[in-house]
Design a protein around this ligand. Structure first.
Ligand code: DGL
Length: 275
């Protein structure tokens, strides 16, 4: 146990993502840990991270972490596959709070696949990262699984846009999912936290017989384990406070929160991390 930080158990859990995608993780964590206060940062002005260089992704992740720590967060959930796969190791060595990351759920899909073929839809940043390649190689080789990878270029901007163009979304999804279906996958791994927001559209195109999975629940479980290990679970049963911040459009952020059933009285607050 590293005791180099002295954080109160009643401090909030911090979350960041390149935008609204990490709200899917926020929801799973808050459902599991209803006594925790939270701070969520959507770095929407810099989305998509998936098209940026590893150096840019690290820089934004450092700024986002600094912001969350300045709000007193006791741990940081990197609610973004792209930021996790490109930046979590340097974040862990630079900052003393515990970090929880998210990676595409290749392992459960590979272990459960009957057709021995799985699809992974993720960003360019995630699919080209060393961490993802290592995991994919490990499980594909061990289980003799074919992995059909597709970069979901264009999906994140459509999901971030409050006037989501459903025809364009549908067309893109068809393009990305067709090779997976042709390869007889029985699992499609949503390797970007934005994609569960359009799970209904993805599942409709995938059709019956293909399970569409993500890693929100395992991340929530891991968050609880880490808080327990550091004796940081909130013990006080007072009303919780959830704060939402965005570097982009607060109305767009609120739109996705409403779509996910996240009740919030006030608009997310606009912030800039660049000062
Ligand atoms: N939501 C993010 C992820 O899980 C990043 C999407 C993006 O900004 O490209 O990968």
């Amino acid at each position: 146990l590293r005791c180099i930080f002295f954080m109160s158990h009643s401090a909030p859990i911090g979350f960041f993502d390149s935008g609204v995608g990490g709200l899917t993780i926020w929801k799973a964590v808050v459902d599991l840990l209803p006594h925790e206060h939270t701070v969520y940062l959507a770095d929407s002005a810099y989305a998509p991270y998936g098209e940026r260089t590893p150096e840019q992704i690290l820089e934004r992740s450092q700024l986002a972490t600094q912001f969350l720590l300045s709000r007193g967060c006791k741990i940081v959930v990197v609610a973004c596959n792209t930021a996790t796969t490109n930046a979590i190791a340097p974040l862990r060595s630079q900052f003393s709070v515990p970090f929880i990351g998210i990676e595409p759920a290749v392992k459960p899909a590979a272990l459960s696949s009957k057709t021995k073929s799985i699809g992974v839809l993720a960003t360019k940043g995630t699919l080209t990262s060393a961490l993802f390649k290592k995991t994919a190689r490990e499980y594909a080789e061990q289980q003799q699984i074919q992995i059909v990878e597709r970069m979901g270029k264009g999906l994140v901007p459509l999901i971030e846009d409050p006037k989501r163009d459903s025809a364009a979304l549908h067309a893109l999804l068809h393009t990305y999912l067709a090779p997976m279906k042709a390869a007889d996958v029985d699992f499609i791994v949503l390797g970007c936290t934005h994609y569960p927001i359009i799970r209904t559209e993805i599942a409709a195109i995938a059709g019956p017989g293909i399970a569409v999975i993500d890693a929100a629940q395992p991340v929530a479980n891991q968050t609880r384990r880490v808080l327990e290990r550091h004796q940081l679970l909130n013990q006080q049963a007072q009303p919780t406070i959830h704060q939402f911040f965005t570097t982009g459009d607060p109305i767009a952020c609120l739109g996705v929160m409403q779509q996910l059933g996240i009740a919030q009285e006030q608009l997310p607050l606009f912030v800039t991390l660049d000062d």
